[in-house]
Design a protein around this ligand. Structure first.
Ligand SMILES: C[S@@+](CC[C@H](N)C(=O)[O-])C[C@H]1O[C@@H](n2cnc3c(N)ncnc32)[C@H](O)[C@@H]1O
Length: 412
């Protein structure tokens, strides 16, 4: 206890359990909330007769008003300080509390708390007992319905609002660290925890030396996000290759669910780099990502339509080695477009692999050529081309003048 600390609520006849589906090692005691701590006292110096009297008085008071912010005469800050000298009693600083909530169940009202201790998260649940069975061991037989709300509110406020970590979806660019923006680097440096797939972490390697870094895979990411959310970090940066707003929405949307919101820090997309290499203007191309888990039937139709209409398409394929039936790689593109009636030998196709990385390579041929070639999973395909269209084709727009000075400017 700190000097001047005051008791705000003192609840007796409380049953504490580990917050798991199967209750383990339940214990009877008093739950005491102060300005800055929450304590569970099950070994007290208080007298048995005092205990019996307050348990009865509390039951009557809670049946009348469910408000849990009760206090009891005969037990104050001095008594609490004395009880806390016994190491069997438990005290947690509210700043270490990571979760506080309560729930009305069929049999009574449950307070749920989680806190950090020794690098681990401990979860406990508490309920107020009305009746006990005394034999063969003391066990609750009837619980009370109470309003834990004010206590939860106080705990949340004192622990920083019971806040979840602020989540940042940070695009680190296509792979070459020089293409990571300064804003992305600053966001990574500022985060308590950094999460990412191996490739994105590699790009940001030089910033991660002293960081709490969690590498994830498709299979492990959900568990890691839950762990970080429960772990009390103030901020988490989740790294994405390229731009987090391109072809990453399934994960970014999940982050918003887990962390109650997400801020996106933009990056340079592999699609932008492919457009630069192919020298096609992205705003005049159809940009399509097949790299999604949802069905791609409509996107495949959109691709065929665009190519038939002579549009230039910048395409991110879908590698899915464990499900060849769901893959949509360059050979599948060739097959799909041929089946849609495209003369694939007359349409240009460029494939860019490992853009900006040491082994970057490019293939330049036709869509028909893609049918017989194998590429890695790390690629962007540019189908078709862009017909040059400079502003000289729009002289009428600037009143026939060749000076570059608009008539509007000249006359004003
Ligand atoms: C889930 S998408 C993510 C795209 C990323 N958010 C972006 O903006 O570039 C992953 C796919 O993007 C493509 N990709 C990402 N970085 C690449 C790079 N450096 N070179 C080639 N393709 C890349 C690959 O096709 C890869 O399978």
């Amino acid at each position: 206890m700190d000097a001047g600390e005051r008791i705000l609520a003192h609840v007796v006849s409380v049953w504490r359990e580990a917050d798991r589906r199967v209750s383990l090692g339940g214990r009877e005691g008093m739950l005491i909330l102060t300005d800055s701590h929450i304590a569970f006292v099950h070994k007290t110096e208080a007298k048995m007769r005092w205990w019996q009297a307050v348990v009865q008085r509390q039951a009557v008071a809670l049946l009348r008003s469910r408000n849990i912010m009760v206090r009891h005469d005969g037990y104050g800050e001095a008594e609490l300080a004395r009880d806390l000298e016994n190491e069997k009693n438990d005290e947690v600083a509210l700043r270490d509390v990571t979760e506080a909530s309560w729930e009305e169940l069929a049999w009574g009202s449950v307070l749920r708390l989680a806190w950090r201790r020794g690098g681990k998260v401990e979860r406990r649940r508490f309920s107020v007992v009305l009746d006990w069975v005394k034999y063969p061991a003391k066990d609750p037989s009837k619980y009370m319905r109470v309003d834990w709300g004010p206590l939860v509110e106080h705990v949340r406020r004192a622990s920083g609002g019971g806040r979840r970590a602020a989540a940042y979806a940070i695009g680190v660019g296509p792979g070459d660290p020089r293409m990571m923006t300064r804003a992305a680097a600053e966001a990574i440096t500022a985060c308590d925890v950094v999460v990412g797939y191996a490739g994105a972490l590699r790009t940001a390697e030089s910033l991660l030396e002293k960081k709490d870094v969690r590498e994830v895979t498709m299979a492990s990411q959900e568990g890691v996000y839950a762990e970080v959310a429960a772990g009390g970090a103030r901020s988490v940066g989740v790294l994405f290759t390229g731009d987090a707003s391109f072809s990453e929405s399934e994960v970014v949307d999940r982050l918003a669910e887990v962390f109650g919101g997400v801020t996106v820090v933009p990056g340079v997309s592999a699609v932008q780099v492919a457009a630069a290499r192919a020298r096609v203007p992205l705003d005049r191309c159809r940009v399509i990502s097949m790299h999604v888990t949802s069905p791609i039937g409509r996107k495949k139709a959109e691709l065929a339509r665009a190519v038939i209409d002579g549009e230039c398409v910048v395409l991110v394929p879908r590698p899915w080695p464990s499900r060849p039936d769901l893959e949509f790689m360059p050979r599948d593109v060739a097959r799909h477009l041929a089946a849609a009636g495209v003369d694939t030998a007359s349409v240009r196709a460029r494939v860019y692999e490992d853009l900006t990385l040491a082994g970057e390579r490019a293939f330049d041929g036709t869509v028909a050529d893609l049918a017989g070639r194998e590429f890695s999973a790390h690629l962007v395909v540019v189908i078709g081309d862009h017909g040059a269209d400079s502003y000289m084709n729009y002289q009428w727009q600037w009143g026939g003048q060749r000076t570059g000075v608009s008539t509007e400017t000249a006359s004003s």
